[in-house]
Design a protein around this ligand. Structure first.
Ligand SMILES: NC(=O)c1ccc[n+]([C@@H]2O[C@H](COP(=O)([O-])OP(=O)(O)OC[C@H]3O[C@@H](n4cnc5c(N)ncnc54)[C@H](O)[C@@H]3O)[C@@H](O)[C@H]2O)c1
Length: 368
């Protein structure tokens, strides 16, 4: 059984700290909100925040097919009275009809076939979920005349590998290196089409390298949960490449802040903007910090770079998000990591059981 209480308290504390106050609650109060992918790493945090913001007269409907984890159990969905979990697929008419019966006014579309290496291994499923599933959801959303459709886009998908830092929204790359990136870019294009053609009030939020409580380590997951998992067991820490590549690691609740603000600010409609920490850290520095904060004796190992992984730097400008919606990340990296490590320790047996590394797959950077 996951330790939900601490997670709920962490989110509540964050809402206060980041200024999402009574005024925000008034804007959300009584709304019924759909979160696709709400059982995932980011969605599971978002739904706790939304549950608090809509209050007892509103409802959060989570649509998730639980494909990201090994067990068919919505363990990551906090058992709060106004959260309704529906196990289903964004590609299914039956499931979407069921969901839209709930008088939905805001849609957060986070469900995706996650992420780069997974899409390289399974390009057709990736396109089916991330493109066709998304079009189906956009259709239901426009027919339901929703107030806002917020799309979880991706900085790595829009800007490719060779943009000028810090990455600004007026640049896009046509040189994408994985099906995931192509699909996420296509997702934004479909949002823009539905906005232009049907006036669907869309918002494209471009996330950068999320980390935080709620993400279980695995073959296809992000680097931070994987390194924490191995460091806590004093196992070797395999870096692909030299460790000099940089990323813009963003605390998951800072992303949630942007998602909340993006749903209530009219200036966000029809826009795209980065949600990131806007600070750059090398992979090596990140791994050393994980080692230090976990007290690990792990060795660091260098492994060959994966062919698609051509990004040497990622650093986002968050000027536009700040101007449009008042987005301002509040979590510093060390405290964000400490909160994540604490979540690992509090839920170790569950996380260890769910961690998903299949030996022999092309993405395996650890097979021992
Ligand atoms: N995590 C990041 O660093 C990051 C960065 C950029 C963009 N994003 C985007 O943010 C979103 C959330 O990312 P995350 O890290 O929480 O991923 P995640 O894999 O943890 O969550 C996605 C959820 O979608 C569900 N899902 C997958 N296919 C589905 C389908 N066909 N129907 C219904 N549900 C389905 C999965 O079961 C999972 O719970 C994704 O769209 C991702 O592309 C994430």
């Amino acid at each position: 059984m996951a330790n939900y209480q601490k997670r709920i308290e962490t989110v509540e504390h964050y809402l206060v700290n980041s200024g999402l106050n009574d005024e925000t609650k008034t804007s959300f109060s009584g709304k019924n909100i759909l979160v696709t992918g709400g059982a995932g790493a980011i969605g599971s945090n978002l739904i706790i925040a939304l549950s608090s913001l809509v209050g007892s007269s509103g409802k959060i409907v989570v649509l998730d097919n639980l494909s990201s984890i090994k067990i068919k159990n919505p363990w990551n969905v906090a058992p709060l009275g106004n959260i309704m979990f529906i196990e289903g697929d964004v590609r299914s008419d039956i499931d979407l009809k069921r969901v839209f019966k709930e008088d939905i006014s805001i849609v957060y579309h986070l469900a995706a076939f996650f992420a780069n290496q997974n899409s390289v291994d399974y390009p057709e499923i990736s396109a089916d979920v991330d493109i066709l599933g998304m079009i189906r959801l956009l259709e239901y959303s426009r027919l339901a005349k929703i107030e806002r459709f917020i799309y979880a886009s991706s900085g790595c998908a829009i800007y490719g590998s060779y943009g000028q830092m810090p990455l600004k929204e007026d640049f896009i790359s046509m040189h994408l290196t994985t099906p995931y990136q192509i699909n996420k870019m296509t997702g934004e294009m479909y949002c823009n089409f539905y906005h232009h053609h049907y006036e669907l009030p869309v918002v494209n939020c471009r996330f950068f390298n999320s980390y935080g409580p709620g993400e279980v380590p695995g073959q296809y997951r992000n680097v931070i949960p994987n390194f924490i998992y191995w460091a806590l067991q004093n196992k070797p820490l395999p870096i692909t490449g030299t460790g000099e590549a940089t990323r813009d690691f963003t605390y998951v609740l800072d992303l949630v802040q942007g998602l909340v603000k993006g749903a209530i600010n009219p200036k966000a409609i029809g826009e795209n903007f980065n949600l990131a920490s806007s600070s750059e850290m090398s992979i090596l520095n990140m791994v050393q910090t994980v080692k230090r904060l976990t007290g690990s004796t792990s060795d660091i190992e260098l492994k060959p770079t994966r062919k698609w992984d051509t990004k040497m730097r990622l650093l986002a400008s968050i000027e536009k998000a700040n101007k449009l919606i008042g987005y301002k990340p509040v979590m510093d990296f060390e405290n964000g990591l400490l909160t994540t490590i604490e979540w690992f320790r509090d839920n170790w047996d569950l996380i260890d059981n769910l961690a998903d590394f299949k030996p022999g797959m092309s993405s395996a950077v650890r097979n021992k």
